[in-house]
Design a protein around this ligand. Structure first.
Ligand code: NAG
Length: 501
């Protein structure tokens, strides 16, 4: 679907980004264009030293750095693009979607490869915060993949558009090719996504009556519950004519799919030492290091709890600083890939050289022109966006609390986890699923795991209670569709067709 968006569309990683702030060696390349990374690192170091003593001081520094970042990060819009069409919506006067139909990727099919008029519509989101969903398109589950040498793309037979149309959205603003006033927290970003969807359905009403799914991975474990909630709440509001904004359409929210997400940090962070030392592929760290990490968890948990209780940036930021340094830092120093315990970290691009090829491809002038990109360059992850989210305390907030009302309203939710990922590991994902307070909690805890068969073999373990399903995918890291294309497509198709896994 060749859309480009002013706020902007087209279609991980993630946690790496903030984690980068804590690792001296990792700060080098992606940030070399300016000194923001170094400032960020210095800032975090300083706050780390000062949080326990002087809160006012932290406040001051936060503002200093925000101003600094704002100054240094300015896009220039210097490319004149010919748009086929500009879309607007009376209820969202600030939003423009500009449209183009590029001849790239899989030129024959821009929607579902099966029956676009009947198959569901899925929104795909990568994480970060600040990372482009074009990673999902060109590396994981899109209709074509960028070749290892970056020279072009090749057809992906396992694309998730086999039986669903898929939108890959770069959000929040200033991620990937998108630009606009910056947004620095998940809840505001979700409102922008909702506005974009309304503009989209106004122009393409044929998709409005289809089932709608929101899928993604990593930090999208924050985004997806927030977007689901925004859609669900707006749908309910529409039922009251007085509250109904002009031109707003009902969105048929059918399900959410969260792959290796960060959703309930308090529970998730407890599992870092266990994943590092007791995963099924063999220990990555020494038992002494894991014991040390485990010992840090009580302070970390106390800080996250204060963040949960207050919701304030001044509580949430120290939690992220402390916990990332103590719980993730030791793993990062090991040189192992944080997205896959089986692999060494190779290259500068979040440990995946192919991501460098995707980035090179998307920076080629002819590709940018064909897509109508209006930014100077494309980066897999925008560190400024990442940092701004961090400063607003978004990282440690309890997005799992948005899940029970959605389940109660009949939205199906699938949590799927590659079991070789460290950064958003399956142990933590499963633990928060079992810990979640909702009507089906008891049943989910009483049940036993069942074998999940896919691609003709035992590909994972699954358990379900009513609308909530947890799936552990064997042999996949953080990016399940990249590591297990056939199995993940089978999972996706089974799930969106409404069947049980
Ligand atoms: C998926 O698409 C294929 C054709 O590409 C079709 O044969 C199959 O029935 C579709 N599956 C579903 C569940 O619609």
């Amino acid at each position: 679907m060749g859309l480009s968006k002013r706020l902007a569309i087209t279609g991980l990683l993630s946690l790496a980004t903030t984690v980068l702030l804590f690792s001296a060696s990792a700060v080098a390349e992606p940030l070399s264009r300016n000194s923001i990374g170094r400032d960020a690192e210095r800032f975090i170091d300083q706050t780390m030293n000062s949080i326990e003593f002087n809160w006012d001081n932290v406040d001051e520094k936060v503002h200093e750095v925000i101003d600094d970042v704002a100054d240094k990060f300015k896009h220039t819009y210097n490319k004149a693009t010919k748009w086929a069409k500009t879309l607007t919506h009376e209820s969202f006067p600030g939003v423009q979607v500009r449209m183009k139909e590029p001849k790239l990727c899989d030129p024959d099919v821009k929607q579902s490869r099966n029956k676009p008029k009947e198959d569901p519509l899925t929104l795909w989101l990568n994480g970060g915060p600040g990372c482009s969903s074009l990673t999902g398109l060109f590396m994981e589950l899109g209709p074509c993949s960028v070749k290892e040498d970056g020279s072009g793309t090749e057809y992906n037979p396992y694309s998730w558009n086999s039986n669903s149309s898929v939108i890959f959205l770069d959000q929040p603003t200033n991620v990937g090719y998108s630009y606009g006033n910056s947004v620095s927290n998940t809840v505001s970003a979700a409102k922008d996504v909702y506005a974009l969807l309304q503009v989209f359905f106004k122009e393409f009403p044929q998709y409005q009556r289809l089932d709608f799914h929101v899928a993604g991975e990593s930090y999208a474990g924050h985004y997806i519950p927030a977007i689901g909630t925004e859609i669900n709440e707006q749908n309910k509001k529409m039922a009251t004519p007085l509250l109904r904004a002009p031109g707003i359409q009902h969105i048929n929210l059918a399900s959410l799919l969260i792959g290796n997400g960060l959703t309930d940090p308090l529970v998730q962070y407890e599992y870092y030492p266990k994943m590092a030392c007791e995963n099924s592929y063999g220990p990555v760290l020494s038992q002494a290091t894991c014991d040390q990490m485990a010992a840090s968890y009580s302070t970390c948990a106390g800080l996250i709890q204060r963040c949960y209780d207050s919701g304030s940036a001044f509580m949430c930021l120290p939690a992220a600083s402390y916990c990332n340094q103590k719980m993730i830092g030791p793993y990062q120093m090991s040189g192992q890939n944080p997205y896959d315990v089986r692999k060494k970290c190779e290259g500068d691009n979040l440990c995946y050289p192919i991501l460098g090829a995707v980035q090179d491809y998307l920076n080629r002038p002819e590709i940018m022109e064909e897509l109508g990109a209006e930014v100077d360059n494309y980066k897999s992850c925008n560190m400024q966006v990442n940092f701004n989210f961090m400063l607003q305390g978004d990282w440690m907030k309890p997005f799992h609390r948005m899940v029970p009302p959605l389940l109660d309203d009949g939205v199906r939710i699938l949590l799927y986890s590659g079991d070789a990922d460290f950064i958003c590991n399956w142990m933590g994902n499963k633990a928060w699923a079992l810990d979640l307070e909702w009507s089906g909690k008891e049943k989910l805890n009483e049940k036993e795991d069942r074998k999940w068969k896919a691609n003709g073999h035992h590909a994972g373990d699954v358990r379900r209670s009513g609308p909530l399903t947890f799936l552990r995918a064997f042999g996949a890291g953080h990016m399940v569709p990249y590591d297990k294309p056939a199995e993940s497509l089978e999972m996706f198709n089974t799930w969106v067709s409404g069947k049980r896994l």
